[in-house]
Design a binder for this molecule. Sequence first.
Ligand SMILES: Cc1cc2nc3c(=O)[nH]c(=O)nc-3n(C[C@H](O)[C@H](O)[C@H](O)COP(=O)(O)O)c2cc1C
Length: 201
Amino acid sequence: MYLDTVTTPSRDVYAHMIAAINPRPIAWVSTLSPSGVTNLAPFSFFNGITARPPALLFCPSNKRDGTKKDTLRNIEARGEFVVNVVSYDLAERMNATSAEFEYEVSEFERCGLTPASSSKLSVPRVAEARAAFECRLKEIVRVGEGPGAGNVVIGLIVALHLADKVLGPDGQIDAAKLDTIGRMGGQTYARTRERFGLERP
Ligand SMILES: Cc1cc2nc3c(=O)[nH]c(=O)nc-3n(C[C@H](O)[C@H](O)[C@H](O)COP(=O)(O)O)c2cc1C
């Protein structure tokens, strides 16, 4: 099978992209509106960039009507966000926060999550998350325009929270204890319990 992605409808290209680019980590992004309403939503077009300086990116696309998602609006207004890590036990609540709530509605309240103070930002993190990255906005790169177009949000990581219970005796993160999930194609997810090692050449 071959696809010319320039002429194929973007909906079909998207389905193939998420079925082939996976498992994708999930950035569960908390933000704060200018009037102080907390917001929380998952984004799986997400990854780290570098540790010098510590930086990551995630990509909220525009909504079907071409307007910006709440997360992006809040980041543009305040220049701050937290990326919370999604462990298996939080999968259902993470999914619940992806519903399109009104801008004035807090997903923390609606979906049963607890806001915890960040150390350097006014934006709260998710208390239940076992890891959370406090980020200051560095740059937004627009890719395309109108409905479905992409926005690459680049954040500088200014603080990292790790629950003590995910650390091994060596002080490093124990993957089994962090127990992250990844997003696959369609509505499916992967757990990260099966691992293997490879020596670097
Ligand atoms: C696991 C998962 C991953 C998602 N990844 C993205 C993504 O990378 N980009 C995006 O624009 N929307 C993504 N979504 C959809 C958003 O979470 C959804 O549009 C949400 O309502 C946005 O919330 P907001 O308007 O409060 O920012 C994803 C949803 C789920 C459940």
